[in-house]
Ligand binder design. Sequence first.
Ligand code: TYD
Ligand code: MG
Length: 456
Amino acid sequence: MSSRPKIAFVCDECGVEHAKWQGQCSACGQWNTLRELSVPKAAGAGRSAGYGGAAPEVTRLAEVETAPLERFPTGMGEFDRVLGGGLVPGSVVLMGGDPGAGKSTLLLQVTAKLAGDMPVLYVSGEESLQQIADRARRLGLPRDGLTVAAETRAEAVADLVTRLAPRVVVIDSIQVMHVEAASGVPGSVTQVREAAALLTRLAKQTQTVMVLVGHVTKEGHLAGPKVLEHMIDCFVMLDSPAGTRYRTLRGHKNRFGAVNELGVFAMTEDGLKEVSNPSAIFLRRPAEMSPGSVVTVTWEGTRPLLVELQALVDDLQGGHPKRISVGLDAQRLGMHLAVLHRHCGLSLSDQDVFANAVGGVRIVETGADLALIAAVVSSFRNRALPRDLVCFGELGLTGEVRPIPNGQERLREARKHGFTQAVVPRANLPKTAIGGIEVHGVTTLNQTLEALSALE
Ligand code: TYD
Ligand code: MG
């Protein structure tokens, strides 16, 4: 049998292997992303059946011993919140984000603090040790405890981990790591995958926390995301909403906790500062309200967040009517407009509709439906809504308004920030009134529009 390595064509975008070269990857649809690679044959490949070692065993689930998950906080509350309470020994965390988002800054702050209590290793393959030391000095971080290494060879990192036995290792970044035994240039999907696989095995064997930094390509994908995402335990993204100094850290996968927790930071001259009351920063509104604006209360992980939604409805400028939304689901916007037409007789087919969640927030839950449609109608009618009004609730296709989770907490958050009126699903009405806020319960979109016009 031949022992020649197999030739494969691997997509740089999604990591899927193809037997032949083709212009477009049939898995992810990207063009010119296939790269020829020789894949070493796995040991024993081609041999049929047979495996070494002991016979496999099965166990009834009830007989498997469980222990409460051990985790330790990093001391940075917003980071811990997204991780589900802290770092879990032996886990692998992937932190993604645009270049310049602040990944290196955040992780340097976290590790410099942690290093006071435990051995920590910061491996940088992108910046020199002087640059890191300089940044730590400027940020006023303790520099005694933290061990740093400038290294891009994954095997060498493994050696260091075995020798120094750190409890936390940061790899900045996984894209510059390479594995000598694997083919492909550094940065290629094969190299990133092999390096991540090696470091993941090491994390499990040594019970070390491995934090991998990953850059996002301009299309918004991590290089080789598919190949990494199934390997790692947690995937968090550090986003920088355009034009602001705020940074949001969001969990996209977490084997040890809830996802969609949101951590908020501000980038300052002294590094990243935690923002423990994010509602305040996303709500900077003028004293005089304009048509097309309303505040909603979304739910981010375990806490409410007040966000202003804006809509602009304008006469169609030729062609198809535009339905554009930023930070909100464009498909849902289209759906709401259909409901508005069918159940309330309000047609916007000769109008362009633009919608935006202010402050660069991305809203992923359905609780913003009612506020979005309220903003659209307000803009269309050119009538401003009151400044002290919040609105939330889900809109169904039959024109019904559906309750959403955590209604009471959302109303309390609104009250805390000075809002005195709310239009919400009737089923979300508080059982006992909340002092200082008048809450109107609605069950249909028609009722919602009536309640809103009464408040204008
Ligand atoms: P960095 O952590 O290097 O980003 P990443 O590792 O995600 O690529 O952050 C770089 C940006 O942050 C850079 O534009 C400068 C800015 N910054 C500050 O504003 N204040 C600071 O204290 C630091 C360290 C960086
Ligand atoms: Mg960096």
